[in-house]
Design a protein around this ligand. Structure first.
Ligand SMILES: Cc1cc2nc3c(=O)[nH]c(=O)nc-3n(C[C@H](O)[C@H](O)[C@H](O)COP(=O)(O)O)c2cc1C
Length: 151
């Protein structure tokens, strides 16, 4: 059985906190039932050295967009671009199973837009999303949704 491998980017710590909770949750589930996959993760930062991913992974990305007016401009990714460059490095995009977005619903239609843009650009499913650090219910649901792609 494969484990679930996650690459994530996090600026203010929400996505990092969520991924850690997800990994802890997966460990608990795995201890109850060994067929449930573990979650491993790797944080990508602006200092990361790009490397070729050998195993399939999911990308978790928060949403940071440029100011703009939210209509004809204002939807360009800022701050998280190193993650998209990492996915574009060598054949990594072929290993990407899907994306999960983090955002804030106060941004209305721009909610989790970066993850939606990744899904379109890399032609992968947008597996799920969660707001800010997510709730325990989000952790359970996201885990179950990721599991569908690896078992
Ligand atoms: C400058 C700025 C712009 C943001 N723009 C959006 C946005 O357009 N859509 C959205 O859903 N969330 C937006 N957010 C909210 C973040 O995506 C959200 O807080 C996320 O959980 C941050 O993840 P991180 O703590 O892992 O960096 C924005 C936050 C900041 C500070």
């Amino acid at each position: 059985m494969m484990s679930i491998q996650i690459l994530f980017f996090s600026i203010s710590g929400n996505t990092r906190a969520f991924v850690k909770k997800l990994s802890e949750y997966a460990t608990t589930k795995h201890e109850e039932d060994a067929s449930k996959p573990l979650v491993t993760f790797k944080e990508i930062t602006d200092d990361s050295l790009f490397e070729e991913m050998l195993e399939p992974f999911f990308a978790f990305v928060p949403t940071y967009l440029d100011g703009g007016n939210g209509a004809e401009n204002g939807t360009n990714e800022i701050m998280t671009n190193t993650l998209s460059e990492f996915i574009e490095f060598k054949d990594n995009r072929q290993k990407c199973l899907g994306v999960v977005g983090s955002g804030n619903k106060n941004f209305n239609w721009q909610y989790c837009l970066t993850a939606k843009q990744y899904a379109e650009r890399f032609d992968v499913p947008m597996v799920d999303d969660f707001e800010l650090r997510g709730t325990p219910t989000d952790v359970e649901r996201v885990y179950e949704n990721l599991v569908k792609y690896v078992v």
